[in-house]
Design a protein around this ligand. Structure first.
Ligand SMILES: Nc1nc2c(c(=O)[nH]1)N[C@H]1C(S)=C(S)[C@@H](COP(=O)(O)OP(=O)(O)OC[C@H]3O[C@@H](n4cnc5c(N)ncnc54)[C@H](O)[C@@H]3O)O[C@H]1N2
Ligand code: MOO
Length: 418
């Protein structure tokens, strides 16, 4: 691993965080009602169909249920004419059996009468359409102009899924089409993984809550809402979100409470070289180190109250970048979600970078539909760790290796999608 003096290599810190958080991957399960927020949840085990789908033989078309043998001689100009014995709609109940040599009107999804083995679409008869003809009494005739083979336009029971077959696989990230399949099978509850529960603790006496009014020297708490959103976007759940002043005793109490409530404690602020580094002061058992990256240099990791704790720097861009680089994929994997792959891109301009620290510059995709191939990316905003609006304009973090001091336009870089 590269030598960064006293600074810890980014990959080393990533590995240490991964080791600390490894137990989080052992997720418990819970059962949630289908209609209650299952979207985006991860299925904990295979779900099998309690019965076959379709549940019963039914028609695929609006038309006439027949015996295929009865219409076998039909041809254009030589129709087979059958008496119409009745009408079957997609409605509760079981239709009467079909007598040989007769037809019944049948609607899409309606149960096929016993004895019928094919459906002739209404367009292939002299009726052309049933629109405007709600006659359910039967009577009259139908002239069929094309032959049918047995099974045509018939939906067989179990042709979608058989009873006992897997209908949804463990690990599926639930989307509307999975809800449809479960509902069609009569499944009302699904077993899902319990998301990692995270406590988000912002520190700083200067912070006011999002709905507060900042006075002199005060700022709105950006990290609390940002990390809450980041945790949720990565499939986690925020069990507690608090903002605490720069008082180590108050911070300690808050962190112990956070540890009692959640699987993982995240803090921001109070980890650098200032006079009031409350997280450092409140957590003597935690390792604080300087990681060779910018933003996100000062980092802490360890345990509080038997729970893992990660201490991120307070600068809002640093806190967000720390989440992306050190936590996002671990949280996603623990909750059963796929990681967000890094992408190779081509730089749309030159970049200068100070040596010794891996830079994570904010970048934006350069859309140029005329040019196929590797996507292009341009730096947006400056490198300052307080530039939240510039970060909001970014699509990606551009990863500039620690040893690199200049990159020419056209250079290939790795980027982290935001
Ligand atoms: N002498 C040194 N000073 C600093 C160093 C250093 O190595 N030597 N490191 C710098 C770097 S890099 C960073 S990053 C910051 C990290 O500082 P802290 O983690 O101790 O954070 P604070 O001092 O509490 O706050 C820094 C900055 O961020 C604002 N902040 C904090 N929390 C929030 C929040 N929840 N929402 C919005 N803004 C927040 C805070 O007001 C400060 O402006 O230290 C550098 N200094
Ligand atoms: O490393 Mo700090 O996180 O530059 O702003």
């Amino acid at each position: 691993m590269a030598d960064h003096g006293d600074r810890v290599d980014v990959e080393q810190h990533r590995a240490d965080v991964a080791e600390l958080l490894a137990p989080l991957a052992d997720r418990p399960q819970e059962v949630v009602p289908l209609h209650q927020d299952v979207l985006g949840r991860v299925l904990a085990r295979d779900v099998t169909a309690p019965g076959a789908l379709p549940r019963f033989r039914n028609s695929q078309m609006d038309g006439f249920a027949v015996r295929a043998a009865d219409v076998a001689p039909a041809a254009p100009g030589v129709p087979v004419t059958l008496p119409v014995a009745g009408d079957v709609a997609a409605a509760p109940g079981e239709p009467a059996p079909l007598e040989p040599g007769t037809a019944v009107r049948i609607m899409t999804g309606a149960p096929l009468p016993a004895g019928a083995d094919a459906v002739v679409p209404v367009e292939d008869t002299d009726h052309l359409t049933f629109n405007g003809s709600a006659d359910t009494s039967g009577g009259g005739t139908v002239a069929v102009v094309r032959p049918r083979t047995a099974g045509e336009y018939v939906r067989e029971p179990g042709s979608d899924v058989a009873a006992g077959d897997v209908v949804l696989r463990a690990g599926t990230v639930l989307a509307p089409h999975h809800v449809a399949a479960a509902a069609a099978c009569g499944i009302t509850r699904l077993p899902v993984l319990v998301p990692v529960s995270v406590a988000v603790v912002s520190t700083g006496s200067e912070l006011v809550p999002p709905d507060g009014e900042p006075g002199p020297g005060q700022v709105w708490d950006a990290n609390g809402p940002a990390l809450e959103a980041a945790v949720r976007a990565a499939g986690g759940r925020v069990g507690l979100r608090v903002s605490v002043p720069d008082d180590p005793e108050v911070v300690r109490v808050a962190l112990e409470r956070a540890a009692a409530l959640c699987d993982l404690v995240l803090t921001t602020g109070g980890v650098s070289q200032g006079a009031y580094e409350v997280v450092k002061d409140a957590l003597p058992e935690v390792t604080f180190r300087s990681v060779a990256m910018q933003p996100g240099g000062p980092q802490g990791l360890g345990q509080v109250g038997g729970r893992p704790v990660l201490a991120f720097p307070g600068n809002p861009v640093s806190a967000q970048v720390s989440f992306v680089v050190f936590l996002r994929d671990l949280l996603r994997r623990a909750g059963g979600l796929p990681p967000v792959d890094r992408v190779t891109a081509v730089l749309d301009g030159a970049v200068a970078s100070p040596p010794g620290r891996r830079q994570l510059l904010r970048g934006r995709w350069v859309r140029d539909d005329a040019v196929a191939g590797t996507p292009r990316v341009a730096v947006v905003g400056g490198p300052g760790s307080h530039l939240v609006a510039s970060m909001a304009a970014a699509d990606v973090l551009i990863d500039v290796p620690a040893a690199t001091t200049t990159l020419e336009p056209g250079a290939e870089v790795a980027v982290w999608p935001l």
